[in-house]
Design a protein around this ligand. Structure first.
Ligand SMILES: Nc1ncnc2c1ncn2[C@@H]1O[C@H](COP(=O)(O)OP(=O)(O)OP(=O)(O)O)[C@@H](O)[C@H]1O
Length: 278
């Protein structure tokens, strides 16, 4: 992807801020979504006329059997894939008509994506991987370094800044991938089975991180079967055959301001236990 100029961002942001009805739109929403994969001989309908509205600050866990359509839905909500039919709103904005280049720019500051397989750049160090999305935004090297250091501290990996992905464990790589997703402080985090390949301790740590993001007021949408991740969710959706077959609200939406968060919580509890294990 080409390096973006600051102007690319300010033009897009100014454009959308000037649309008065924007804030009338749902925060994240899928309206009448259909996703077909055309395999020549036959068509696979991965998403089948799905409607969904997610409020700002909501933490939504999506469960369902393999092939139910969870990944397809996350890719569409996160602007990684286009629906065959229907409309998608992300951060109040209808992303359906966006050209790929505009959408890629929009994604960089509006959504943090976390994948099952981390997708780190193998030739870049942990710190450089975290800096990468900020550099795409044209942020100065010093500022990128400062923010990456803060994030490394938040995920308890300050000591591993200079290490390449192959020198890190699976859990550490996923923590770096999560820090990278947060680099530009996006309001929405979308994660696809982020603990699927991790042991219990690392999965617990990731669960604690997502709990902290919930308290900070991020909107979180994740596919998971991991109790450590969905126990804090406000809402659990179950998918089958490309449809939502149940939608349960578990907790009231509540978040505390970042400044009021007790920053010690992760380092004092789960992080300490991970360090002890290592
Ligand atoms: N690129 C693709 N080409 C063809 N079919 C696809 C493609 N991606 C997904 N599908 C099909 O769409 C359906 C939904 O797949 P999807 O990956 O969204 O399900 P899932 O619930 O995330 O499954 P899992 O839990 O195994 O990851 C499945 O039948 C799958 O085979």
């Amino acid at each position: 992807m080409k390096k973006l100029r600051e102007n690319d961002f300010s033009e897009i942001i100014t454009h959308y801020r000037n649309i008065p009805e924007m804030h009338m739109n749902p925060f994240v929403s899928a309206q009448g979504i259909v996703k077909d994969f055309d395999l020549g001989d036959y068509l696979i309908r991965a998403i089948d006329h799905l409607d969904l509205e997610i409020a700002e600050h909501e933490y939504v866990a999506i469960i369902g059997a393999s092939g139910a359509g969870k990944t397809s839905l996350l890719h569409i909500l996160g602007g990684l894939d286009k629906p065959t039919d229907g409309k998608v709103y992300l951060s109040h904005i209808d992303i359906t008509p966006m050209e790929e280049e505009t959408l890629a720019t929009f994604r960089i500051f509006s959504v943090g994506l976390v994948f099952q397989n981390y997708n780190l750049i193998s030739s870049l160090t942990a710190q450089e991987n975290i800096m990468f999305p900020m550099q795409l935004c044209g942020i100065s090297h010093e500022e990128c370094e400062k923010r990456a250091s803060e994030l490394l501290k938040q995920i308890g990996l300050e000591e591993r800044a200079e290490h390449l992905p192959f020198q890190l464990s699976a859990g550490e790589q996923q923590r770096i991938a999560i820090a990278r997703a947060l680099a530009n402080d996006p309001p929405v985090i979308i994660a696809d089975e982020p603990t699927a390949n991790l042991d219990k301790k690392n999965a617990e740590f990731i669960g604690t991180l997502f709990e902290q993001f919930r308290k900070e007021g991020k909107t979180i949408i994740l596919a998971t079967h991991d109790e450590k991740l969905f126990k804090h969710a406000h809402r659990i959706l179950e998918m089958d055959d490309g449809k939502i077959i149940s939608d349960k609200r578990i907790h009231e939406i509540d978040f505390v301001d970042n400044d009021k968060l007790e920053s010690s919580s992760i380092e004092d509890s789960d992080e300490q236990s991970i360090q002890n294990e290592e």
